[in-house]
Design a binder for this molecule. Structure first.
Ligand SMILES: Cc1cc2nc3c(=O)[nH]c(=O)nc-3n(C[C@H](O)[C@H](O)[C@H](O)COP(=O)(O)OP(=O)(O)OC[C@H]3O[C@@H](n4cnc5c(N)ncnc54)[C@H](O)[C@@H]3O)c2cc1C
Length: 318
């Protein structure tokens, strides 16, 4: 199917993009902006299929894909003047492939880099952007859970200036986020504490590759003890779900397979099977059933990345 007719504008700067969004959001006289009248076009891997299926029918499309300033994955020099918190900054227009292949992300935000490499297929990873994936907020998308596991903060630019919001507060439901009309997601910032081990394990939908369920894990390990853990599920609920029972059971415990298996057994405790997402491919009960096994895989890989060693079978004495 072809999309409905729309006006197309190509922004050459963030300021121009914001101006275009403000101007056209107000065209229908609604000062808060029209209801999905204006759409931002980044990589087009979510928006264009939706427009062709007429699930999205914007009057105006603002193409931001030329905004090179939002494309980088950057880490300040360690010990440099701007290395205040050792954080990583991912431009909203960085593609999944750029993030997956970035040495800086591999070092400073392993959970994000590992997850980006699991999004869809190579073609989509080369076009689709991190920001588009997050704003689209598909319940079965991979990166929303990873940004929550990374404890990331999302930077938004809008008519009233900039604001930053924790990823955990950004995702509000199926396709629902805290972004407001006229705002542009510009950057994803990861604190240095999350440089630790990160990993993502997913059971992909057999046709689309989206997550039936996926689990993103970010852990810190000291002296073979897990000192910090964020474990977050995608696909099971409308917004990323922190598996707090698993996190609590991991922290203070050993970084070994036996302890990880015991802790991740609790993965189903935070998602009510009756409330979980259900469709023709998988029931809510099945999705919740899968969580323990995928949490175990993700946490084991995260621990191995944090320690640089294969996880031992049992708690270590040394
Ligand atoms: C066949 C197929 C398989 C897929 N499999 C997966 C998968 O396995 N895992 C997964 O996570 N995803 C998957 N996706 C989804 C896809 O990867 C994402 O939808 C895509 O990355 C979105 O990014 P984009 O740059 O293409 O966004 P666009 O399509 O350009 O935009 C998506 C939405 O975000 C808004 N938007 C984009 N950028 C910004 C911004 N900077 N600020 C404000 N709003 C913005 C747009 O207005 C639009 O509403 C799949 C998609 C397809 C078509």
């Amino acid at each position: 199917m072809f999309p409905e007719e729309f006006d197309y504008h190509r922004a050459t700067s963030v300021e121009e993009a914001l101006e275009l969004l403000a101007t056209h959001a107000d065209e229908d006289g609604d000062p808060e902006g029209g209801d999905a009248d204006v759409a931002v076009l980044a990589g087009g891997q979510g928006l264009l299929p939706a427009m062709k299926a007429r699930e999205s029918t914007p009057d105006v499309v603002v193409d931001v894909s030329d905004l090179d300033s939002l494309r980088g994955v950057e880490a300040p020099e360690r010990g440099g003047d701007d290395d205040a918190d050792g954080s990583l900054a991912v431009g909203a227009l960085a593609t999944h492939a750029t993030l997956a292949d970035s040495p800086a992300a591999g070092e400073r935000a392993t959970v994000l880099a590992a997850t980006a490499g699991e999004v869809a297929d190579r073609q989509i990873r080369n076009r689709g952007t991190v920001g588009g994936n997050l704003v689209e907020a598909h319940p079965a998308a991979d990166l929303p859970a990873a940004t929550v596991a990374a404890d990331a903060t999302l930077a938004l630019a809008g008519p009233d200036g900039e604001r930053a919001i924790p990823a955990e507060e950004f995702f509000e439901g199926d396709g629902e986020t805290a972004i407001e009309n006229g705002e542009l997601l510009t950057e994803i910032r990861v604190p240095s504490a999350r440089a630790a081990g990160g990993a993502y394990a997913k059971k992909p939908h057999p046709a689309s590759g989206f997550a039936l369920v996926g689990v993103a894990a970010s852990v810190a390990v000291r002296d073979w003890t897990v000192t910090d853990a964020r474990v977050v599920a995608s696909g099971a609920t409308d917004a990323p779900a922190r598996l707090r029972g698993v996190e609590d059971a991991l922290v203070g415990g050993g970084a070994d397979r036996e302890t990880i298996a015991d802790a991740t057994e609790r993965a189903g405790e935070d998602v009510d099977p009756k409330e979980a997402r259900a469709d023709a491919t998988a029931s809510g009960e099945f999705r919740v059933h899968l969580l323990s096994s995928y949490a175990e895989r993700a946490v084991t890989s995260a621990v191995e990345r944090a320690t640089g060693r294969a996880a031992s079978a049992e708690p270590r004495e040394d």
